[in-house]
Design a protein around this ligand. Structure first.
Ligand SMILES: [Zn+2]
Ligand SMILES: [Zn+2]
Length: 371
């Protein structure tokens, strides 16, 4: 308890000490204060006729535009669908954006190793390799080399990637904790963990990864059929300064987003001292908000649509999930919480990392949660 109080106090003291210099800097440099950031809803995994989807890129983009998404990444298998004409037709400033992407689709025996490259500059060929870890890493590296942001897809599809393998991957921040395709085994089974359980295993091992929810939509011509990969099942909302590819990618890689299967949040706030979540409630639903730490342990539960958790300092990491009474969910990204980390985040603040508050600094940290 003493350690908790002192680490929290220390962070507050350091932040207080720094308010002067940061305020002064604000006169010269445009500040990305929270009030200027907006939430943008999008999907980062979608197929068209350019691979195994059933619809033209135009029809696919139209579906998301008409369903009030803000952005869409087209990710055909080993193919970079051109987005310029689509953007000219459907794009609108601060309203809708099409981003190019690719699902780099590799194999290892019977296993399918798929890694999305978001906003990738050129087509990336599957890189192959000697093992699952080697193949994932080579593809992640190849995507980075072309300026893209990697995210590792559906680990339980053909039971391809284990948590022990995922936690060895470097230079990758994102992996799917929900995929809308009906045969990707999100829930696990037969002794294999589900994706959320995998996430806690990875986080508990000291590897900081953010969980993304996607459609992996292939089928637009059979609406309402749960046995095909239709659109609208998994999405994210990214907090960013502008609706442009760079701002969104930056937000994603800092974990400034939540993942959802239908629960919308009004706000998420993470500071050096705690995390607060507020659901946008719907008329007939009830909600449960859980704050989760090391090993997947539930640290605190709330039965109201808004809840706050105060960091103690020994949680390792803290994330939140929201369960809605009809089975829909949302997941708030983890932050590393330990006394040492608060120190590190404060030091980053000291050396001009930018915004006030612990959020960005905590999330930028590569430091491991405590075992
Ligand atoms: Zn795939
Ligand atoms: Zn796919």
């Amino acid at each position: 308890m003493n350690a908790t109080v002192s680490s929290g106090l220390f962070a507050s003291i350091v932040i207080t000490m720094l308010l002067g210099p940061l305020t002064a800097a604000a006169q010269d440099v445009p500040q990305r204060m929270d009030s200027t950031l907006r939430w943008y809803k999008g999907n980062t995994h979608t197929h068209t006729l350019n691979s195994d989807g059933d619809s033209t890129p135009d029809d696919v983009v139209r579906w998301y535009r008409e369903h009030r998404y803000h952005f869409l990444v087209l990710t055909d298998h080993n193919f970079l669908t051109s987005v310029e004409a689509l953007q000219a037709l459907h794009g609108a400033d601060e309203r809708f954006l099409v981003i190019r992407g690719e699902e780099v689709s590799d194999t290892f025996g019977d296993q399918s190793i798929h890694v999305n490259g978001l906003n990738v500059g050129r087509v990336v060929e599957p890189q192959g390799g000697e093992s699952v870890v080697d193949i994932v890493q080579r593809n992640v590296d190849a995507i980075r080399k072309e300026g893209g942001v990697p995210h590792i897809n559906h680990p339980n599809f053909r039971w391809s990637i284990t948590p022990a393998e995922l936690q060895q991957i470097r230079n990758n921040k994102l992996f799917e904790i929900f995929n809308g395709h009906p045969t990707v085994n999100n829930a696990g089974g037969g002794g294999v963990p589900g994706l959320e359980e995998m996430w806690d295993a990875i986080l508990s091992s000291g590897s900081l990864m953010y969980g993304i929810a996607v459609d992996d939509a292939h089928t637009f011509k059979d609406p309402g059929n749960p046995n095909v990969a239709g659109p609208g099942r998994g999405w994210i909302a990214v907090r960013a300064a502008r609706l442009d590819p760079d701002s969104l990618m930056e937000g994603l890689e800092r974990g400034e987003f939540y993942a959802s299967t239908g629960v919308e949040l009004i706000d998420v706030e993470t500071t050096a001292t705690g995390m607060r979540v507020e659901v946008r409630p719907t008329n007939y639903s009830k909600y449960r908000i859980e704050f989760i730490g090391q090993g997947g342990r539930v640290l605190q539960e709330s039965l109201e649509p808004a809840a706050a958790y105060s960091f103690r300092g020994d949680e390792g990491y803290v994330r939140a999930r929201i369960l809605e009474s009809n089975g829909r969910m949302a997941w708030v990204q983890p932050v590393v919480v330990s006394s040492g980390n608060l120190l590190e985040s404060s030091m980053m603040l000291l050396f001009g990392a930018g915004t006030i508050g612990g959020l960005v600094q905590l999330r930028r940290s590569e430091q491991s949660p405590k075992k």
